[in-house]
Design a protein. Structure first.
Length: 496
């Protein structure tokens, strides 16, 4: 660490050499009013608000006529003096080293050094361009807030603070990334979150800090490094772009991690049932929302199991009705491929169309997806490559996967689907049942920060069965008086 020297020329020379070749770094040396002491100001263009720098910093220093040496007194107290007489902003802090000035400039603040003073000043002047608070695109709802997080960490923390106006809402800031020095924040309710979960989140973040990664480009980077089991395809933390969903998670006792430059926040811990919950589940009457949530669970099972069950039924027709069996046999009479290859071919073609639609512009992507799916399916059936039943199954599986509200879980289900298909193709109906049992056993063995992943289907006694009120079904609010298992035992009650 290089301390700030009383010699302004030495400090300025160090910073000029440090930022040599950085065309976006702006610096200026000018003379204070009064006895003519020199001041050095440095900032990054477009990362700061020029209005704040000019109107609240430079102009007051240049126009203040009372900055005589006698009135300033000891230069070591220059920070307090300028804070009281010249700098027209409350958001300022002292800096004792040139590294602090460097970090402040790169973070979008303004660094101030004064000749003869061994302390600098960091003035908050962030004003970098951003898209502001937009509309949620990946998690749309009919009822409720339409706001979404953006790429600016302070905007995101403000959106949460606006929904939870409680001094016990804690926002702990840290920097991750040896080169990117990305700002991050851990947000939780101090009296609701479990201490052991907080300790585990802190331990894993400290481990990431100790690894000193070059950069943290997105919250997904943090999510992957914090997961319990990297081998599992199932997400063990939740990502959301909705402030109301993040605030609801905090009120349940969970921890939210906000990362600068990322429009999504990380929520931990999580259970499998959390991925089937949508924000609007709580904004509409429980009757229809319980039905829709049950429909989502059924859609997930359909998306995973239907192709494998069809393959096993073709190889082991004993459990299928005779009429359905005749229909399937007639449809596959001229298909040259076995059922496993047929299903793989058609499903991969659908996945290819879906991936292509993501890369195309919005309107064109939807059109190409519909037209491409119809054309490919029709042509494949007419050419005799696949049966009409296979096309129907692939279409149903695609529609069912879109009914699951969390994209990360959908991706896991897509991978598990192929595993079950392979089991069914090799072992038939027994392989299908064996694969389903293996998936259930894997889910039962997973945990997220010490919380059982399959809760409350397993270990329901940990909360005396109270979490069942908000799992597959959503019961009325007067029956949901206690917080989920994520909350500390003494803070479980949320409604008297």
């Amino acid at each position: 660490m290089k301390p700030i020297s009383p010699d302004l020329s030495a400090n300025a020379g160090y910073l000029e050499n440090l930022f040599a070749g950085c065309g976006d770094i702006v610096s200026r040396t000018f003379t204070l009013a009064g006895d003519g002491a020199r001041v050095y100001v440095v900032y990054a263009d477009m990362l700061v608000s020029r209005q704040v720098v000019d109107e609240q910093l430079v102009r007051p220093l240049l126009l203040n006529k009372n900055l005589s040496a006698a009135e300033r007194g000891d230069y070591l107290n220059i920070f307090d003096f300028l804070a009281a007489t010249s700098v027209v902003t409350a958001d300022m802090k002292p800096a004792g080293t040139l590294e602090e000035i460097e970090d402040a400039v790169l973070a979008g603040d303004c660094g101030v050094l004064i000749d003869g003073c061994e302390r600098g000043i960091v003035v908050s002047a962030k004003g970098f361009p951003n898209r502001g608070v937009g509309k949620s695109e990946n998690e749309p709802v009919i009822y409720g807030s339409k706001e979404a997080f953006c790429e600016v960490i302070r905007v995101n923390t403000t959106l949460i603070r606006r929904r939870i106006r409680d001094p016990r809402l804690k926002i702990k800031q840290l920097q991750i990334g040896a080169r990117s020095k990305t700002d991050a924040a851990v947000i939780y309710l101090s009296d609701v979150a479990r201490p052991e979960i907080l300790s585990e989140v802190t331990r894993r973040l400290d481990k990431i800090l100790g690894a000193r990664p070059d950069a943290v480009p997105d919250s997904g980077f943090i999510a992957q490094l914090m997961e319990d089991s990297w081998k599992s395809p199932f997400p063990q933390v939740q990502a959301t772009e909705r402030p109301d969903k993040a605030a609801a998670a905090i009120l349940e006792g969970r921890v939210v991690i906000v990362v600068d430059n990322s429009p999504q926040v990380v929520v931990a811990p999580v259970t499998l049932s959390c991925f089937f919950q949508s924000s609007e589940d709580y904004y509409e009457r429980f009757h229809i929302m319980s039905f829709l949530r049950l429909l989502r669970h059924a859609a997930a099972v359909l998306a995973v199991c239907l192709p494998a069950f069809y393959i096993s039924a073709v190889y082991n027709p004993s459990g299928v009705s005779s009429l359905l069996l005749f229909k399937m046999a007639a449809a596959r009479a001229h298909v040259p491929m076995p059922a496993l290859a047929e299903m793989f071919f058609m499903d991969l073609a659908f996945e290819l169309i879906r991936e292509a639609c993501v890369r195309l512009p919005g309107a064109a992507g939807g059109t190409i997806g519909i037209v491409g799916g119809i054309i490919v399916g029709q042509a494949a059936v007419e050419a005799g490559l696949v049966s009409p039943v296979t096309v129907i199954i692939v279409a149903l599986v695609g529609i069912a996967s879109f009914a699951v509200p969390q994209t990360s879980l959908v991706s896991a289900l897509r991978l598990v689907k192929y595993v079950l298909m392979a089991f069914a193709g090799v072992l038939g109906l027994a392989g299908f049942y064996l694969g389903c049992a293996a998936v259930l056993a894997h889910l039962a063995a997973l945990s997220s920060f010490g919380v059982p992943y399959f809760f409350p289907a397993v270990s329901a006694d940990l909360s005396d069965g109270n979490d069942a009120a908000d799992s597959v079904f959503r019961l009325p609010f007067f029956m949901m008086k206690r917080r989920p298992i994520f909350a500390a035992p003494m803070a479980r009650r949320r409604m008297r």
